[in-house]
Design a protein around this ligand. Structure first.
Ligand code: AMP
Ligand code: MG
Length: 323
């Protein structure tokens, strides 16, 4: 059967429109990558550039190896030998030490000796002795310094642990890499730290759910702006109990003991992942009163959750969407 010329033209046009709409449907779907990194699951959702997603995965895998004290990378070598010239480690330590000073020591990147003690307690069910704690704290307070681009330590027992800042730092590096590679819309998630690049197609903001610390669903949602990072520190993350007493994975660097101050979780939103990550941990250590005062004074957008409710700091209430 032969179609009149006009009909042929319309059919061809329809086929083209259909093909275009299929193509745009394809473009609407992000390239997704899921892989284990920084001791957690990393999820990348990247619109429009699968090469950038692959490159980002490779970068994060390499970075994770460098700063994980339990792998064979730079942090682990530093902890064993007392020296490292890895630019990733030297840079992350410098950044972390700045945040340590800014938070009055509530966050510290050199708590490895104390963290190790409590991890052993969690595994054996035996609490550390006062003497063990004192020794571990002494090592944690040892001087770590940079000399001609080489990171060094004075006390052989000082161990770096970037558990409270590494995911945020990695999110910073991932966002930077994706932008440099022409990505205008992406989400990088390490579960407890999330980075937003641009908006979703259709100008829809990246929406992140904030878990309720009592485990009953979500407390609410935050719509992230382009270039924003969100980090959460929660006592539910790696909780354990010894002799019927619950302990959380966040430690007070002053006492060397797990924090028990009524805070259940802290959400921080800001323009740097390393900062939001380290600050969510630091504000958790500070507690509701000191933590909210600190956030207000320093222009930090945060939500501090306890069993009694939520304390909003900075712009947090405006950006919080109730379920
Ligand atoms: P986060 O879940 O980001 O709050 O980080 C908690 C992890 O960081 C813990 O599992 C420890 O490895 C480490 N950590 C615990 N307390 C602190 C602290 N006060 N400062 C720095 N790192 C800490
Ligand atoms: Mg943190």
């Amino acid at each position: 059967m032969t179609l009149p010329l006009k009909l042929k033209y319309i059919a061809a046009l329809l086929a083209l429109v259909f093909a275009l709409s299929l193509a745009s449907c394809g473009a609407q779907r992000p390239v997704e990558r899921e892989f284990f990194c920084m001791d957690t699951l990393c999820v990348l959702k990247v619109y429009g550039n699968s090469g950038a997603a692959d490159g980002c995965e490779a970068l994060l895998t390499e970075l994770s190896r460098a700063i994980d004290p339990y792998s064979d990378g730079a942090a682990s070598v530093f902890n064993k030998t007392g020296e490292s010239d890895s630019p990733d480690l030297v840079g992350l330590y410098a950044l972390s030490d700045e945040i340590r000073k800014k938070t009055g020591g509530a966050f510290s990147p050199a708590l490895g000796s104390v963290i190790k003690l409590w991890e052993a307690a969690r595994d054996t069910g035996v609490l550390p002795t006062g003497n063990e704690l004192e020794n571990a704290l002494g090592a944690a307070n040892g001087r770590v310094f940079s000399e001609n681009g080489i990171l060094k330590k004075e006390n052989a027992g000082t161990l770096l642990d970037f558990g409270a800042v590494g995911k945020g730092y990695a999110a910073d590096r991932a966002a930077e890499y994706l932008k440099e590679n022409g990505v205008a819309s992406a989400l990088v998630s390490f579960t407890s730290t999330v980075a937003a690049i641009g908006t979703k197609p259709g100008n829809e903001k990246w929406r992140v759910a904030v878990r309720s610390p009592d485990g009953k669903g979500n407390a609410g949602y935050i719509d992230l702006e382009d270039g924003q990072f969100l980090s959460v520190s929660g006592d539910y993350e790696r909780k354990y109990s010894i002799g019927g007493v619950d302990y959380c994975h966040i430690l007070d660097p002053e006492t060397g003991r797990p924090v028990k101050n009524g805070v259940r979780s802290v959400v921080v939103i800001g323009g740097s992942g390393a900062e939001t990550d380290a600050l969510s941990t630091a504000v958790f250590v500070m507690g509701v009163e000191k933590g909210s005062e600190y956030c207000e004074k320093n222009g930090i957008t945060a939500i501090i959750m306890t069993d009694e409710g939520m304390t909003f700091c900075g712009n947090a209430e405006k950006t919080f969407v109730k379920p």
